[in-house]
Design a protein around this ligand. Structure first.
Ligand code: AMP
Length: 507
């Protein structure tokens, strides 16, 4: 099977149905989009690319993104979507490691990439540029048949530590992930919209296919980015709209003073980083029962566990609080296990590494047999995440082991302290780390964005958690260090803290 068939068939059976939206208007129908994609695929084949060759997309969000992605598949090639916010040298690394022969780049990014372009890159084509437009003059070609196990998407991990690795996602894996979305996260009916405000190279882009599969509309904001006011306008413009949003984006939507009529929102799917209970409650208050949460990683794209809209909204449930702090239950296509250091399953209530296997798990890392063997040892994906199941089968993520604080011999999970700090009305964001300490090994330190008094935060901690868990120091900052996906970078925060404490020794 080839994922490109879904678009191609929709172009034949439902040509007049809107496929692509830009801002609040319909840009192209399925007939038009499928026609353009078949011509762009023809142009790619004329460039001499062979089945399986990699073609990168380094672009900000745009409707062209979807066309480039589908043209790559249609021509039997593999896509390498790279985050447009990366530095030119980082993009150069991905282009080299993937062995990409062609790269589609958005206007401006070509200049960033050019000095770092590897030898294997034969063409850097600017989306919307003169050369790009000529590609649509090619004759349309039929979809090149592919095997389900053929590579479709090389998903480069965000690489918060070390070089990014390319998780190999095949046509079959992405088909399973799309079915999981449409079956378990959000029903997609013809005409339903998905708003791409988060990077299409990552989570949001992985939801394109489920919407093509069921003939929904993929909509890109005019700004190509995330602006809460604009998003609210788009919710108004498109009936039955969903979007993927990182928790920081959900928070910004909740805090945006502009008026939002949530009637048109189908689902705001949140994931990629911890969703704090307090933030989930506020989102529920603001938007009603329209929030869902997923837990996944590039190695099992968007598909490990799901906490559905109904579960988040069911505040009458006796264990609602715990469920809100969880990431939900495993998707049907996947088996999820919490294991000890020997990969033996642990009982409910005990924390260990989260392992999974099933239809959505990657085929391995591209050109990295050691990392593949290690991540997939014993036939299970080792996520590197720590979590515990409860008796009802809900999984709660704990902090990664490197973020765990050990103070005076006691384990302290930063998330637990962060959840408490966020209960204070004037704390916008909080991140808790361990600071090396001669006497205690480590002490708990809270970095806080907001204007709450340290004494009030201390009182809150004393009221809600064990004494030894409360921060010994509160540092108030304007912003927390985050990567391009809005994930808080604790390694960087620890380095910042070290520079603060001993500016001379830390250089
Ligand atoms: P990436 O492969 O870049 O999407 O990063 C995946 C990682 O993000 C996972 O391994 C988790 O550590 C984290 N993550 C993803 N979803 C969630 C979630 N719902 N809650 C907390 N952390 C998450």
């Amino acid at each position: 099977m080839n994922l490109a068939h879904w678009l191609d068939r929709a172009g034949l059976s439902d040509p007049a149905r809107p496929a692509l939206g830009l801002g609040s208007r319909v840009l192209r129908t399925y007939g038009e989009t499928a026609g353009r994609v078949a011509r762009l695929a023809g142009a790619l084949q004329h460039l001499g690319l062979s089945p399986g060759d990699r073609v990168a997309i380094a672009s900000t969000n745009s409707p062209d993104y979807l066309e480039a992605l589908y043209a790559i598949w249609h021509a039997g090639l593999a896509a390498v979507p790279a985050n447009a916010k990366l530095h030119g040298a980082e993009l150069g690394y991905i282009l080299e490691q993937s062995g990409a022969r062609v790269c589609f780049a958005s206007d401006g990014l070509d200049g960033e990439i050019a000095p770092h372009a590897p030898k294997n890159l034969e063409r850097l084509i600017v989306i919307g540029g003169a050369e790009y437009e000529t590609l649509f003059a090619a004759d349309p070609v039929p979809v090149l048949p592919r095997d389900g196990s053929d590579l479709a998407w090389l998903f480069y991990t965000s690489g918060t530590t070390g070089r990014p690795k390319g998780a190999m996602l095949t046509h079959k894996i992405l088909a399973a992930a799309s079915a999981a979305y449409a079956g378990e996260v959000d029903t997609v009916l013809p005409g339903d919209a998905i708003l791409h405000a988060a990077p299409m190279s990552h989570g949001s882009g992985l939801y394109i296919m489920a919407h093509v599969m069921n003939r929904g509309i993929n909509v890109v904001p005019e700004s190509g980015a995330f602006e809460p006011g604009e998003i609210f306008n788009l919710f108004r413009a498109w009936p039955r709209t969903s979007m993927f949003a990182a928790p920081t984006m959900v928070k910004r939507l909740v805090e945006c003073p502009a008026e939002c009529d949530s009637e048109n929102i189908r689902t705001i799917v949140c994931g990629g980083a911890p969703m704090y209970v307090e933030d989930a409650r506020k989102a529920l208050e603001r938007f009603g029962p329209r929030l869902a949460q997923i837990y996944g990683q590039g190695e099992s794209p968007m598909t490990i566990t799901v906490l559905t809209r109904d579960e988040i909204a069911n505040s009458d449930h006796p264990r609602w609080g715990e469920r809100l702090a969880s990431v939900g239950r495993p998707f049907r296509a996947i088996e999820v296990m919490v294991a000890d250091v020997n990969d033996a399953p642990l009982p409910a209530g005990e924390a260990g590494e989260i392992l999974c296997r099933g239809e959505t798990v990657m085929a391995g890392y591209w050109r990295n047999p050691e990392a593949s063997a290690s991540a997939l040892r014993g036939g299970f994906l080792h996520t590197g995440d720590v979590g515990a199941f409860d008796k009802d089968g809900y999984l709660t993520l704990k902090d990664r082991s490197k973020d765990l604080i050990i103070s005076g011999g006691s384990n302290i999970y930063p998330r637990e302290v962060e959840e408490v700090l966020l209960k204070h009305g004037r704390v916008r964001e909080a991140s808790v780390i361990g600071r090396p300490d001669r006497e205690w090994g480590e002490v708990v330190v809270a970095y806080v964005v907001g204007d709450a008094a340290a004494a009030e935060l201390d009182a809150l901690c004393l009221a809600l958690i064990a004494r030894f868990k409360r921060p010994k120091d509160y540092v108030f900052v304007e912003a927390l260090p985050k990567n391009n996906y809005g994930k808080i970078l604790k390694t960087e925060l620890r380095a910042m803290d070290e520079r603060r404490i001993s500016p001379r020794t830390a250089g």
